[in-house]
Design a protein around this ligand. Structure first.
Ligand SMILES: Nc1ncnc2c1ncn2[C@@H]1O[C@H](COP(=O)(O)OP(=O)(O)OP(=O)(O)O)[C@@H](O)[C@H]1O
Ligand SMILES: O=C(CO)[C@H](O)[C@H](O)COP(=O)(O)O
Length: 313
């Protein structure tokens, strides 16, 4: 079997990593994806972190060297014995034996922290929602699923700010695709404006024919980046046209098409976001084309340098 294609999804806590990857895993098929969350590589459990006054964002609080080793093994097609961190109670569980599948999705806080880690990915995504939005997402998620109170989460977010600034946000510079949701104001969560920064380290599909300012889709260029903006008020039909156009560029993977992209949860309620669906299809495009490149004897789809050939404004 050719080596797995490896996707990195990095961003601060509650930036939306699991939400984004869940849809991708569903489309690619659970059996075809090895899912690694680097939270499993925390060095200390919740109690030990509190005793040491360390946040989980600090590299010293994580076995970053072992993450790099394990990702290297997976890329080489070798199994790993992966640690387990359990969020429901903040403790470690028994390690699990993990074999690499066709795709590996790695999500976590410090995935691009070292060069050794950065080298393993075929596609690097960084999620960067505005802080106000991320804080609201974290409060809601941690209170409903991780056993915290609102005051505890808010205090923890303040305690983490210095480490977010020092270690998490700087990783954005290593991404091929940066996803920024824009401040939502009173927008509901299904209709957030999204901005995708498409960097020249990957060859992005030509989306120029789909741009329609009136319909809420714009492309612009900034140094060697192309910015795709999807308005939160984009009509489902317009978003579907973009998704369709990207799917057409990976026609050899049409069997993967699914109606269920763009889903996210608020507490336990399921919602759908058009902009999230567009982001997910674009990432799928990169995973599928990287896979096709390997099948044809290449080694992925990273552009050697310069502006990606297929992107036009
Ligand atoms: N694209 C989105 N649109 C609307 N809400 C979202 C979106 N992404 C995430 N959320 C909200 O934020 C919450 C936290 O997201 P998620 O669990 O995906 O973050 P994460 O980055 O995986 O967090 P952690 O690193 O702490 O595990 C979700 O439960 C959901 O309510
Ligand atoms: O920043 C985080 C990413 O998920 C978590 O807070 C970190 O992993 C520690 O988990 P917990 O708060 O459940 O002890």
């Amino acid at each position: 079997m050719p080596r797995p294609i490896i996707l990195g999804v990095v961003g601060d806590s509650a930036a939306g990593k699991t939400t984004l990857t869940r849809g991708l895993v569903r489309v690619l098929g659970e059996e075809n994806v090895t899912h690694v969350c680097t939270d499993d590589y925390h060095r200390f459990d919740r109690k030990q972190r509190a005793e040491r006054n360390l946040t989980p964002l600090h590299p010293d609080c994580n076995y970053v060297d072992v993450i790099a080793q394990h990702l290297g093994h997976l890329r080489a097609g070798e199994p790993i014995l992966k640690p387990i961190y359990t969020h429901s109670d903040g403790t470690f569980g028994a390690p699990v034996y993990v074999k690499p599948a066709r795709f590996t999705v790695v999500e976590g806080l410090l995935g691009y922290h070292t060069e050794a880690m950065r080298q393993v990915y075929d596609v690097r995504v960084f999620l960067s929602p505005p802080e106000e939005l991320r804080r609201a997402w974290k409060v809601r998620r941690d209170c409903s699923r991780r056993g915290y109170t609102t005051d505890q989460v808010l205090a923890e977010l303040d305690r983490r700010e210095a480490d977010s600034e020092a270690f998490i946000r700087p990783q954005e510079r290593y991404a091929d695709i940066v996803v920024r949701y824009l401040p939502s104001g009173d927008r509901d969560q299904e209709h957030l404006d999204a901005e995708l920064v498409l960097r020249s380290s990957l060859r992005h599909p030509d989306l120029s024919g789909l741009v329609d300012g009136d319909a809420g889709i714009t492309l612009s260029e900034r140094s060697d980046e192309v910015i795709l903006r999807v308005s939160g008020s984009v009509e489902p039909e317009t978003a579907a046209e973009i998704e369709e156009a990207i799917w057409e560029r990976m026609h050899f993977a049409s069997h993967l098409r699914s109606e269920r992209l763009g889903e996210f949860t608020i507490g336990t309620d399921l919602h759908r976001s058009e902009s999230l669906a567009v982001i997910q299809v674009l990432i799928l495009y990169h995973l599928i084309t990287a896979k096709a490149s390997l099948a044809l004897g290449g080694d992925g789809t990273r552009a050697p340098s310069g502006i990606p050939e297929a992107v036009h404004t």
